[in-house]
Ligand binder design. Structure first.
Ligand SMILES: *Cc1c(COP(=O)(O)O)cnc(C)c1O
Length: 380
């Protein structure tokens, strides 16, 4: 069976975990957390970065730091993971969903302004598959209406918008190191704080609402409860694993991009049969987080999934648009509102199919997958 994903192990993970154990600092913010932080600031210029236990936690931190409260409105795409919305729902926000673009699952930047009201507090941008949204358009809205920008950069490590690393452009950037992402630590994440005024508070919120980090730096002589917060910091075991991955980031990315380009070249010809391939705008780079095709109908997609499964290939669809989720429909029904269709988001829920992509995927397997997809299209 060709799996959809296989976590890539560099070989140094156990060594570093053993070293973390020997150092006797197993809770958070020890040697390996510092190593990872240093790496992120020197490689990507993420000068204020905070490792978290998940991408979800990083988004929850961003929602707290954005001072979202009951009744505030937050704008985000519907075609995204539940955590993008949950983080803000937990703070009492009302979510306004934006449709995707015709040629990309990313949200349509031109539809945002119509959703802005005096209650709008923030825009959450999701760079789907690590392909940047058009940040200039979003920044100009943020300046015009004084809105906070949060980048859900869960897919976006090592990807850029006009030479700026994704996650460094908005006020906050949230990354994920979940096993399905490019760089992994099992579960894990990172909050990047670009808004200088929020750095001190980020440190406190991440440490259960205490000023313990200042205490450890010797800035104060005792620490206490100063704000709300939670336990968002990962253990040194997680950070040690992550550091092993970071040392190999360039080779992981090279392998992923080779696979992506191979798929793209071999499958280009299926576009004449109304299957679409990803589109990378001029302002965006491709970090090869995922490779997908858009099928012409849901029936064709289901048939293709089954056909590939019969040939021992696992391909999977992706998000169910959040504006049609049972949770959101329930919320709307409580205030007697009905859901407005978001055609493109619904189309990606029904038609998008992700192909296996992980560094150990062999050239033979890629050839086989492409051959089977083309055979299916010819036969159907
Ligand atoms: C993976 C993902 C998250 C959540 O990350 P976790 O580390 O799994 O909590 C959030 N948003 C998007 C778009 C994701 O793909």
């Amino acid at each position: 069976m060709i799996k959809f994903n296989k976590p890539y192990i560099t070989g140094k993970e156990l060594l570093y975990i053993e070293d973390a154990i020997n150092r006797g600092e197993l809770s958070g913010d020890g040697y390996y957390t510092a190593q990872c932080s240093k790496y992120f600031s020197s490689k990507f210029g993420f000068n204020s970065n905070f490792l978290t236990t998940s991408g979800t936690d990083a988004l929850e931190m961003a929602a707290i730091l954005s001072n979202i409260s009951e009744g505030d409105e937050v704008i985000m795409p519907s075609f995204t993971f539940v955590s993008t919305a949950n983080a803000f729902i937990l703070r009492g926000a009302t979510i306004k969903f934006v449709d995707s673009q015709k040629n990309s699952p990313n949200m349509d930047e031109d539809l945002i302004e119509a959703l802005i009201t005096e209650k709008t507090k923030a825009i959450v941008v999701v760079h789907y598959g690590g392909i940047a949204c058009d940040m200039e358009k979003i920044i100009s809205l943020s300046e015009k209406y004084n809105l906070i920008i949060i980048e859900d950069a869960a897919h976006s490590i090592d990807s850029y918008y006009k030479n700026q690393p994704l996650g460094s452009i908005g006020h906050f950037g949230a990354f994920s190191f979940h096993s399905t992402k490019n760089i992994i630590s099992g579960e894990g994440g990172m909050m990047v704080v670009n808004d200088k005024n929020a750095i001190k508070r980020a440190e406190i919120i991440r440490e259960k609402g205490t000023n313990r980090s200042s205490f450890f730096r010797g800035e104060i002589d005792k620490y206490g409860w100063v704000d709300i917060g939670s336990s968002f910091l990962p253990s040194e075991v997680t950070a040690a694993f992550l550091y092993a991955q970071l040392e190999d980031l360039d080779s992981i990315q090279t392998k992923r991009k080779e696979i992506w380009n191979d798929y793209y070249t071999q499958l280009k010809s299926i576009e004449q049969f109304y299957y679409q391939l990803p589109v990378i705008p001029d302002y965006a780079t491709n970090n090869a987080h995922l490779f997908y095709i858009i099928c012409p109908s849901i029936e064709k997609r289901t048939a293709l999934i089954n056909y590939l499964l019969n040939h021992n290939i696992k391909a999977v669809f992706h998000y169910q648009a959040l504006h049609k989720s049972s949770y959101y429909l329930n919320l709307l029904s409580k205030t007697n509102q009905s859901v407005k269709p978001l055609k493109n988001a619904e189309r990606y829920s029904d038609l998008l199919l992700r192909l296996p992509l992980f560094p150990d995927l062999s050239k033979n397997d890629i050839n086989l997958i492409c051959k089977k997809i083309i055979a299916f299209i010819r036969e159907s």
